[in-house]
Design a protein around this ligand. Structure first.
Ligand code: VTB
Length: 330
């Protein structure tokens, strides 16, 4: 991804836009599997057009469990025989927050990250303990430090009181004691039903109203969050939760030699040339959801790269063929 890096970023933007538009049609239908399936199909179809020799490193699962976007699947024009294309590794979450989309709840997104080959960790689909903070606090926290210490440090870095902080935590039984510890500090909490990746992006953007994300979620989404952090300057501190010999063996078989160490974004997404693209499916603070208006639809996305280093918020109006004669009403 050298000379064509910028063009590829727009290709990847198109891929996440199409995935978001497809599953946004299923918003509120109460069928998360269907929402996920249409996002996967749309993403897969659009990836076919991208001029890369692509390989899925994080996707919908192992080959025997996922018909499309499975780990190891070749995608892009290279998969259809085109030669001489850049070799790119791809991590996808076609619909982050399937339940959010199925219920019409906010902050579902379609996501893709890409790197030159070898630049994204092959994370097993297990839980990962995570601490995500923005650029200002990243040198002052430690995944193994007590929650109260980290929150005090974040508050100091952000020049405010601990009670002024907002920490996002997935609303899960396994987080009961974490939530108690945060409450004891006086910090504010936003419990979310799903979507810790969306929250992680927020933690790295000043003004989003999120100052940290804590707790455990999916490891694959941790790698996607790491790619976003590399672009945004925030940081993720993470450790795989390996509580059975099977998980240990799985991690090892995926090339992870030190499964119990603390990873940062540079370990999880080590690529020199990273691209991260996400489009809002349902309403969110950073990205609006997809809005349909008869003649087409409007999407709100972020597309970011490490080289050249830039972050773009992109608002796209997609006009249906034949439409536009009456003028667009959006
Ligand atoms: C989900 C999802 C998160 O992790 O919670 C998942 O909402 C964790 O799985 O965004 P559980 O539902 O078993 O808790 C994420 O996918 C990403 O980390």
């Amino acid at each position: 991804m050298t000379t064509t890096n910028e063009e590829l970023a727009y290709d990847f933007l198109d891929v996440v836009e199409q995935a978001a538009i497809a599953c946004a049609h299923t918003m509120g239908l109460g069928d998360r599997h269907r929402s996920d399936r249409v996002a996967v199909e749309a993403m897969r179809a659009r990836l076919d057009h991208v001029p890369i020799d692509g390989r899925i490193v994080i996707g919908e699962g192992e080959r025997d469990k996922a018909p499309m976007l499975y780990i190891g699947e070749r995608v892009g024009q290279g998969a259809n025989g085109a030669e001489g294309l850049p070799e790119i590794d791809i991590a996808v979450d076609p619909l982050e927050g399937t339940n959010l989309c199925a219920t019409g709840a906010p902050r579902a997104i379609a996501v893709l990250a890409a790197s030159e080959r070898g630049g994204l960790l092959h994370a097993p689909d297990i839980y990962m303990q995570k601490l995500v903070v923005g650029a200002q606090s990243k040198n002052a926290v430690n995944l193994d430090a007590p929650v109260a210490h980290n929150l005090k440090q974040i508050a100091r870095c952000l020049d405010r009181g601990v009670e002024d902080l907002v920490v996002v935590v997935l609303d899960r039984k396994r987080h009961e004691s974490l939530i108690d510890e945060i409450r004891e500090t006086g910090a504010r909490i936003r419990l979310i039903g799903d979507g810790d990746l969306t929250a992680a992006i927020g933690a790295a953007v000043v003004g989003s109203g999120i100052h940290a994300v804590m707790g455990s979620g999916g490891a694959p989404e941790g790698v996607l969050a790491a790619a976003a952090m590399r672009c945004l300057g925030g940081e993720i501190f993470a450790r795989l939760i390996i509580d059975t010999p099977e998980k240990e063996a799985r991690a090892k078989s995926m090339g992870i030699d030190e499964p119990r160490r603390i990873y940062t974004s540079a370990d999880l997404a080590s690529g020199r040339q990273l691209v991260f693209a996400a489009t809002g499916v349902t309403e969110g603070a950073l990205m609006k959801g997809v809005r349909f208006f008869g003649e087409g639809c409007r999407t709100s996305s972020v597309v970011m790269q490490t080289s050249p280093h830039r972050v773009q918020f992109i608002d796209t109006i997609h006009v249906k063929e034949q439409a536009g004669r009456r003028g667009l009403r959006f």
